[in-house]
Design a protein. Structure first.
Length: 97
């Protein structure tokens, strides 16, 4: 991250960040549905290994006095592949001041 801002307040916090990033790892491409089962479904995919240059973005916000609830969002805007994103539920504990 090249820039990160955090703003705690009495009833929670908000933070955000952005920068220039380099990611290395594996991902799947060309997925085809294989079969369904009781606990989910299966896909057959091509597994790729490599790296990607892009812009990571992060934002989270939480509200609550001692136990809170909020959201967390992470996005990677890739220059070479598809953009990836994930959203999560945040349950922080503590006193925000």
């Amino acid at each position: 991250m090249t820039r990160f801002v955090s703003m705690p307040f009495r009833w929670g916090y908000v933070d955000a960040g952005a920068g220039l990033g380099y990611g290395k790892g594996t991902w799947s491409e060309n997925c085809e549905h294989y079969k369904d089962s009781f606990l989910g479904s299966s896909d057959i995919c091509d597994l790729k290994d490599g790296s990607s240059l892009g812009i990571p973005l992060h934002a989270s916000a939480s509200w609550g006095r001692y136990i809170g609830i909020g959201v967390n969002v992470d996005v990677f805007l890739s220059l070479e592949r598809e953009t990836t994103a994930q959203v999560g539920l945040v349950i922080p504990f503590g006193l925000f001041a």
